[in-house]
Design a protein around this ligand. Sequence first.
Ligand code: DC
Length: 224
Amino acid sequence: MTKLDKQIIITMDGTCGSGKSTIAKRLAERLGVIYLDTGAMYRAVTWKALRALADLNNRESLIELARNTEIRLTRGEEGTRVFVDGREVTRVIRTPEVTNAVKFLADIPEVREVLVAQQRMIARLGSVVAEGRDTGSVVFPDADFKFYIDAPLEVRTARRYAEFIEKGMEITRQAVREDLEKRDHADKNRPVGALRLAEGGIVIDTGATDDIEANLQKILDCLN
Ligand code: DC
């Protein structure tokens, strides 16, 4: 395990299906630092909005809701556990219903401000690997290392499709591809906090191999 002798911030942004979550989690584990899943925080406020039957087009009420939400991330045996106002939501924030509604909150600058402030607070507690879309460009522009993880659409489609099939879900490859395209578009064209290569960012293309260790090694090589 690589040892750290000072506080370090590593950001990992990128496209859906690029493998960034798996790599970020494993990197944080390897370095023994906090894994900061910023996507889970956007999912958490979205879950609360859906549960409260909030009008997703009422910006003011969504801002109010975000300001009055306590999100807590803790380390569990199977990865990060997520709590909203004390209630565990680790699994329920991963449903397609939440995934499809996130953009209503993630597109609002004031909602992002609330979550970005919390993300910065978490990084005050120690070294972090922060994963998301804007962690290198907005949240931690002075991070020690900024990675941008990507892979060609066809490769990401194949990966996601295989995951769905393994879970026994009935879905076509075409539908998976279209969904990824839609998410890429939403992430890259968000009015604030859009996915982009941060200044000084290092692009890691995971398209050549699905081997997580091999892709992780590329990142570890950059840290040394
Ligand atoms: O990484 P993920 O799929 O769990 O992210 C969930 C959603 O949150 C996704 O639609 C993009 C959004 N998000 C964001 O806007 N900014 C971040 N830093 C992380 C995620």
